[in-house]
Design a protein around this ligand. Structure first.
Ligand code: CMP
Length: 137
């Protein structure tokens, strides 16, 4: 069996998790799974940047709430590198909806709602390219 390719993906520790002092805990979970942080940035994103970052959701009814929440305080973006990184990170973070996220996943352990779900992660190579370019701009 051949090993999966080395990929990069982006995670963003959201303002709820930063405010609760969970940055180290969350990044540490990825490091312990063998994923390497290769870029990191802490910032309070502007509403303009948040609008670009979440542009795929622009027609959703919750778009305004999403933009307000992600720009409500400091967040931490990390580019992670490792084998099968995009899919692996999605498994480690768990389901979007806090009440569905399995215990042991990041959201299953820390998310408290739909918006305040602790973490965002790219769901494809295309999302990673767009989101990392936007977050690190
Ligand atoms: P995230 O992974 O950052 O990607 C988009 C976000 O939209 C998602 O996490 C949730 O925080 C949020 N979201 C998804 N569905 C809803 C919804 N129905 N109402 C409000 N927010 C939502």
């Amino acid at each position: 069996m051949s090993l999966p390719a080395v990929e990069r993906t982006l995670i963003v520790v959201k303002p709820d998790a930063v405010a609760r002092g969970l940055v180290g805990e969350i990044i540490g979970r990825f490091e312990r799974r063998g994923l390497k942080p290769v870029e990191i940035k802490m910032q309070t994103v502007s509403k303009a940047k948040a609008t670009q970052f979440y542009i795929v959701h622009k027609d959703k009814p919750f778009f305004g709430d999403l933009v307000s929440f992600i720009s409500s305080g400091p967040s931490v973006g990390v580019v992670l590198e490792g084998r099968d990184a995009i899919a692996l990170v999605r498994r480690v973070i768990g389901s979007t909806k806090s009440w569905e996220a399995a215990p042991g996943t990041i959201r299953g352990d820390f998310a408290t709602g739909l918006l305040d779900n602790a973490i965002h992660a790219s769901d494809s190579k295309e999302s990673f390219d767009w989101e990392s370019k936007t977050y690190f701009s």
